[in-house]
Write a protein that binds this ligand. Structure first.
Ligand code: HEC
Length: 117
């Protein structure tokens, strides 16, 4: 519809025609997210704050450029050890990420491909 004119780009603006949905999240990443993150971060979540900050349903459907920005945020948040929230973990220690799960999410959100496992 010509709402967006980007000047000076060398590549044709294909995203508006065919949204570049990022490649499927790797299965191992998805498994961790579903187990440890999804409950608070999804479109139906009652956790309004969590949902507002991150909605995995929307994430999967959004454009790659947006996903990359979100992944950066996720990486930052995890590096600081802020997720899952400490308060939540007080009552649900099993919700904590194992070292391996954390590494999986860190590698993925940093854009590192890890196809094994
Ligand atoms: C118990 C519910 C809960 C779980 C589980 C949870 N989150 Fe969150 N998350 C929240 C809430 C609430 C916020 C908003 C925090 C705030 O604004 O202070 C949030 C915010 C975030 C943000 C945005 C931070 C920012 O500063 O913008 C990211 C990224 C995030 N979570 C990632 C994750 C990941 C990755 C996991 C799984 C490892 C996870 N969350 C698990 C509740 C949760």
């Amino acid at each position: 519809m010509g709402l967006l004119f980007v000047q000076g780009t060398s590549k044709p603006e294909t995203e508006t025609i065919h949204p570049a949905v990022a490649p499927e999240m790797p299965a191992n990443v998805k498994a961790v997210v579903e187990k440890k993150c999804y409950g608070c971060h999804n479109a139906e979540s009652k956790n309004e704050k969590g949902k507002a900050k991150l909605d995995w349903d929307a994430f999967e459907a959004t454009k790659k450029s947006k996903q990359l920005a979100t992944m950066g945020k996720i990486n930052e948040t995890l590096a600081k050890g802020e997720m899952p929230p400490a308060k939540f973990l007080e009552n649900r220690p099993e919700g904590k990420l194992s070292a391996e799960e954390l590494a999986t999410l860190m590698d993925w959100s940093a854009g590192k491909k890890k196809s094994k496992e």
